[in-house]
Ligand binder design. Structure first.
Ligand code: EPZ
Length: 431
């Protein structure tokens, strides 16, 4: 398994191109199951999760092709992927595939809406909590499907098609809202979603579905109205920039010091995180090329944050912000309200000499003078990258093990950081 070796203590200077968002790309790819025509997705990140989902969609009958990079293009240039689900060959998503990637459970909605039946393995728990799918099942039932849980599988049937309905989420769920958008687009009649997730990735999916002929109004607000249509067509859509990748590099610069332009990053997508970074003492400015982040060696101030659904502080940046706070001058308080067990990075950050005390869903971080490099390992994607950020600022050498977590969600991480002056290299371990 690959590892990443980082020698810390260098400031970051230069430009980092921000890739297309993983968490928008995945539901957009799944939306290709809704139509027999070709869905073309531009600005697709080259990530392990995207490759895995291509394999999973292939199992259902999706043909795909990936435009090659043209000569002279930068290695990180984004890709275009064409997906055609002319015929769905299998409405069953087996455990072996769904257990590899949680988001692949979302195929249940388009398969059911288009084919009248879907049988999808329950995704099970994961490193950041139990992550149930009860609200996704509630959506399918509200839209008229009969759903049975049999031997670890969700078996949903709606032989006469789905019917529009009122769906009120008792808590905000991104996956639940994606499910409702996809299923209701092909349901008979009108659907109203209340307490919908407002994340930019929801808006991106709704925009793409509308290009495919869906009638969705209000995405990005808590109430969404959908008028079902008989069929959807192909479309061409560019994936929005990755706000979590942008926020991660912004925090890296705030931690190491330096001056970096995050090319193509959109400030409207991560205002709460940028506010926290500024309060911590980094300079953030918006240019017409992206977001510029600077810090000139002055100390960092402690800042309290609480994760919340968009536009609140994203849970997917909580670990990275905690890494930043480990060297602030004073105590900060980080509260996680979205997932019950998303503090797996705490014990690994402690290996660098960080002082963090956990009390339920709150982490109390007492800033230290400096961190020291160490061998570390993480159990999920965002936790892993928080260790990379800590390593960039730590004294000496760090080896981050289990790099496959990073490859799931960060495109060309070592290359993007080393172009800005970081000492980062991948150590490939055969076998
Ligand atoms: C999406 O997960 C993202 N994944 C997550 O990113 C992100 O952390 C999360 O939204 C919150 O922003 C993708 O987009 C692929 P939820 P999702 O449904 O949709 C509970 C990353 O690192 N819940 O909004 O699975 C759930 O347990 C990943 O890129 C239920 O109780 O998250 C959680 O506490 C990690 N029942 C809360 O809702 C349900 O049926 C929010 O989860 C569904 C969810």
């Amino acid at each position: 398994m690959d590892r990443i070796r980082i020698v810390g203590g260098r400031t970051l200077e230069g430009r980092i191109p921000i890739s297309g968002a993983k968490n928008a790309a995945l539901p957009l790819m799944i939306a290709s199951l809704l139509t027999s025509e070709t869905l073309t997705l531009e600005n697709m990140p080259n990530l392990a999760d995207v490759s895995m989902l291509l394999r999973i969609l292939g199992h259902h009958g999706v043909d795909y092709s990936v435009d090659g990079r043209r000569p002279g293009e930068m290695p990180h240039a984004s890709r275009t992927i064409h997906l055609s689900a002319r015929a769905i060959v299998d409405t069953m998503a087996p455990y072996e595939l769904v257990s590899k990637m949680r988001a692949s459970f979302w195929v249940v909605a388009p398969l059911l809406a288009r084919m009248g039946e879907a049988k999808v393995s329950l995704p099970g728990g994961c490193a950041i909590g139990t992550r149930p799918v009860d609200l996704l099942i509630m959506v399918l039932e509200r839209l008229g499907a009969s759903v049975e849980i049999e031997a670890g599988y969700v078996h949903a049937r709606a032989q006469k098609g789905l019917r529009g309905a009122e769906i009120r989420f008792p808590k905000v769920t991104v996956g639940g809202t994606h499910t409702a958008l996809m299923a209701a687009s092909l349901a008979h009649g009108h659907t109203r979603i209340e307490n919908a997730a407002c994340e930019p990735e929801i808006v991106d999916l709704a925009d793409c579905l509308n290009k495919m002929g869906a009638k969705i109004k209000g995405a990005g607000q808590t109430a969404i109205e959908i008028e079902g249509v008989g069929s959807l067509s192909g479309a061409r859509h560019a994936v929005l920039p990755d706000r979590i990748e942008a926020g991660t590099y912004a925090m890296a610069v705030a931690m190491t010091g330096g001056d970096v332009l995050l090319e193509g990053a959109s400030p409207a997508l991560l205002q709460s995180a940028l506010d926290a970074i500024e309060q911590a003492g980094a300079g953030v400015s918006v240019t017409n090329e992206g977001i510029r982040v600077r810090r000139n060696g002055a100390g960092l101030s402690p800042v309290d944050v609480t994760t919340a659904p968009f536009p609140g502080f994203p849970t997917d940046l909580q670990a990275q912000f905690m890494a930043l706070m480990t060297v602030a001058k004073g105590c900060s308080r980080i509260t996680e309200t979205i997932f019950e067990n998303r503090f797996m990075h705490v014990q690994e950050l402690a290996r660098f000499g960080a002082k963090i005390r956990l009390e339920g869903d709150i982490a109390f971080v007492e800033g230290v003078e400096s961190l020291q490099g160490a061998p570390v390992m993480a159990t999920d994607l965002r936790a892993s990258v928080s260790l990379v950020i800590a390593a960039l600022a730590a004294e000496g050498e760090t080896v981050v093990n289990r790099v496959y977590h990073l490859d799931r969600g960060f495109e060309h991480l070592e290359e993007k950081l080393s172009r800005c002056g970081a000492l980062v290299e991948r150590l490939s371990n055969p076998g």
